[in-house]
Design a protein around this ligand. Structure first.
Ligand code: ADP
Ligand code: ZN
Length: 720
């Protein structure tokens, strides 16, 4: 009798599939998670169908037995197919994809979780924050972080209350069940067009694969409508995944979800503690976590009985992963829907050209909302021509925008100034010798952050203290900040309106759901008059008293001229405009530009979204750009420039000659230095019907890769 064997994919990307002997008396099926030996080490791997992963057979006598099964549910077949597809499509090792399915927390030992609840005792020392926290936390229980989020205070305030005995610890079983959302807890009354949309979506649950685009202006109630989709999946006892682009958006989402369904969904994001992660992972794998909301990484979790995937704000660029497996969560979500045979809903007021195109060719079904809810009207958009209406020297707000801000302050309404640039100034230079501060590791300027009192590289995170003298010529007091970032705009606002309360909102100030909650509370309580923010404030938020939006520099997104510049600029301005006038009072939007005749701005001001989409689609078609053609960027990088350049050249010399496929380069990549590595790029542009991945795979196999050199392929690169 021959030895029983199983093929295993380990979580180590450097290894191919390995075969192991199945010990007597043990049964193994594909998807089982196993402990396997490798030399003196022990690894985790997943049993796989051998016919799907051909590899050289090892003789029976050389097979080692695996060590045992990991005590977690096996990975279901549709998930294994998704992993294979992802690895294939994005030219990544299957192991790297599996690491997203099986994060280390999945195997962590159970630990006690501690939650806290109010004791009814009031501490001797009260502060406004403590008062607010105790008010909000009555009858609540949760981790420090959850309570902080709920009360809109910092973790420190909660810990202070624990020390002051106003909150007491409660031990929680690390595998305690999550509460189950109630689909009929508090449904809203839908307007007729919302009801029609909800009806169509509900009828799709349990009926197989169907991608939807839920398309409607900001504030039209897309969230309310897809909640009905979620509710129906819950009624049919399926799991639901809601993907959000940004961790900062989860808090308002959780609050809204709780109002509609009576309890919080299970959250999955990088801010979770290991024990929380473990609990969530297991509940997802057993099917006990009914609704999961998370960032893109939640897409690869082993849902036991998935019934619906929602991708909210589906146009967001943060769904594109730029490191490791460079996947696009929106596209992988649709593939997962395909393998699981379930509906997938993409919700967006400004869908990507690619998504619109899928509707045009009948692959996705469009469900549309046309009106804003209740009295809310779409805001009026107006361009401010900076050549006619220029700001003062070293100022960035035009007189007309300043006047509108003033009006809003007088009326007691809130305003938002949008500039997609963190920090104080994007460039610092020496007035005497012209020296510019550049990152030592990247082709990028050091950005001055005054709030944190340092210069920082936005690509590698390198920081340095603000210099008092020029390192080049030694002059003192000669450094000047060039150009504005949000902090500088906030300074300008403070100088103009010393009594106004301003807030800067960027990933530097809002880095966790708790901070996002603090911001939301402050806005709702009217503690902020003027917000100055990056794209972080353009999405999701709903502030009824916010009536004025100023786009400080509409030309910024249009610079650089990459494929998506116009599209991105359209989306950003539409989204930020959507923050204005969501309540009873109408909103207005001023767009500052040096070129009001740019087609995208003309379309925005004329309210001609469809016209913009059509022109943009035709331009792409004409140039055979995505979605009409395909792109892939091959990046060859090394610490030594000569290694990168030399290897890229050898790769270039072996370029395949394939009909319908053009290869450009090698040339320095747009970020020629990144984190100390020199980067050379080859760009592949191919016809839609070509199997680009297969061609690239064959091609890369022909080159010997020195270990100092790394090659990565970005399939469907977002910007280039
Ligand atoms: P979108 O997701 O399209 O931007 P939302 O779902 O956030 O729109 O809706 C905008 C606002 O209108 C929210 O405060 C929401 O609660 C409210 N709203 C929308 N539809 C209804 C409805 N049918 N009943 C009550 N409130 C609604
Ligand atoms: Zn850097």
């Amino acid at each position: 009798m021959s030895v029983r064997r199983t093929r295993v994919v380990t979580l180590n990307a450097a290894l191919g599939p390995l075969d192991y002997r199945v010990p007597d008396g043990v049964e193994v099926a594909p998807g089982d998670v196993l402990h396997v030996p490798l030399g003196p080490r022990q690894l985790v791997g997943v049993a796989w169908e051998p016919e799907r992963l051909p590899t050289e057979e090892v003789g029976d006598n050389r097979l080692r037995p695996f060590l045992g099964k990991v005590d977690i549910p096996p990975l279901p077949a549709p998930l294994r197919r998704l992993c294979e597809w992802t690895a294939d499509y994005y030219l990544s090792p299957l192991a790297s994809v599996l690491r997203m399915v099986l994060p280390s927390a999945a195997f962590a030992n159970p630990r006690q979780l501690t939650e806290y609840r109010p004791t009814g005792t009031r501490p001797d020392r009260m502060t406004p924050q403590r008062t607010r926290a105790l008010e909000k936390l009555e009858g609540r229980q949760g981790s420090v972080r959850e309570l902080a989020r709920h009360a809109g205070v910092s973790d420190g305030v909660i810990r202070g209350l624990v020390n002051a005995l106003a909150l007491e610890p409660v031990a929680i079983d690390a595998d305690a069940p999550f509460p189950v959302p109630d689909p009929d807890f508090d449904p809203p009354e839908l307007r007729p067009e919302q009801a029609d949309a909800a009806k169509r979506l509900r009828s799709s649950i349990g009926q197989g694969f169907q991608p939807f685009l839920l398309d409607g202006v900001t504030g039209s109630g897309k969230t309310e409508v897809y909640f009905e989709h979620v509710a129906e999946a819950l009624r049919q006892d399926r799991q639901i995944l809601v993907l959000l682009p940004e961790i900062a958006l989860t808090e308002p989402f959780l609050t809204r979800f709780t109002k509609r369904f009576g309890c919080e969904p299970v959250a999955w994001h990088s801010d979770l503690r290991a024990s929380e992660r473990r609990r969530a992972w297991r509940a997802i794998a057993t099917g006990e976590a009914k609704v999961v909301v998370g960032a893109r990484s939640s897409l690869f979790l082993p849902y036991a009985k998935l019934g619906l995937i929602v991708v909210d704000e589906a146009h967001e660029t943060s769904f594109k992963q730029e490191e490791g497996v460079q996947y696009h969560a929106r596209d992988v979500a649709v593939m997962r829907g395909n393998f699981e045979d379930i509906p997938v809903l993409l919700a967006s007021a400004t869908p990507a050209i690619e998504t619109r195109h899928m509707v045009d060719i009948g692959r996705y079904e469009e469900v549309r909302l046309t009106e804003r809810h209740a009295t809310a009207e779409l805001p009026e958009l107006r361009a401010v021509d900076l050549t006619q209406d220029p700001p003062d020297r070293q100022r960035w707000l035009s007189p007309s925008l300043v006047r509108e801000l003033e009006k809003n302050l007088e009326a007691g309404e809130q305003s938002l100034l949008f500039l997609n640039r963190r920090g104080f100034a994007p460039l610092t230079l020496c007035r005497t010798c012209g020296h510019r501060f550049q990152c030592p590791n990247c082709t990028a300027w050091m950005v001055e952050h005054r709030l944190m009192a340092r210069l920082a590289c936005h690509h590698c995170g390198h920081v340095m203290p603000p210099p008092s003298e020029c390192p080049e010529c030694g002059e003192e007091d000669t450094l000047v900040a060039c150009g504005p970032g949000v902090e500088r705009i906030a300074d300008e606002v403070k100088a103009l309106f010393p009594d106004a309360k301003t807030a800067v909102v960027t990933s530097d100030t809002i880095w966790s759901p708790a901070r996002a909650a603090e911001f939301v509370h402050a806005m709702e309580a009217g503690e902020i008059d003027i917000v100055v923010g990056t794209q972080l404030v353009t999405k999701g938020y709903h502030f009824p008293d916010l009536t004025l939006v100023g786009v400080v520099d509409a030309d910024l997104a249009l610079q650089g001229g990459d494929l998506r510049a116009a599209e991105r600029s359209f989306q950003q301005i539409m989204q930020v405009a959507g923050r204005a006038g969501r309540g009873e009072k109408p909103g207005r939007v001023l767009i500052q530009t040096h070129d009001p005749s740019a087609p995208v701005l003309e379309a925005l001001v004329a309210g001609d979204g469809p016209g913009f989409y059509e022109a943009e689609t035709e331009a792409r078609r004409g140039a055979a750009m995505p979605p009409f053609g395909r792109l892939a960027a091959i990046i060859v990088s090394a610490e030594e420039e000569a290694d990168a350049v030399g290897t890229a050249k050898r790769l270039g010399d072996k370029r395949p000659n394939v009909e319908g496929m053009a290869i450009y380069g090698p040339a320095p990549a747009p970020l020629a230095m990144l984190r100390g590595r020199n980067r050379q790029r080859l760009l592949v542009h191919a016809e839609r019907k070509l199997d680009v991945q297969a061609e690239i795979r064959k091609w890369l196999d022909q080159v010997d890769w020195p270990s100092r050199v790394r090659v990565t392929v970005d399939v469907d690169p977002y910007s280039f």
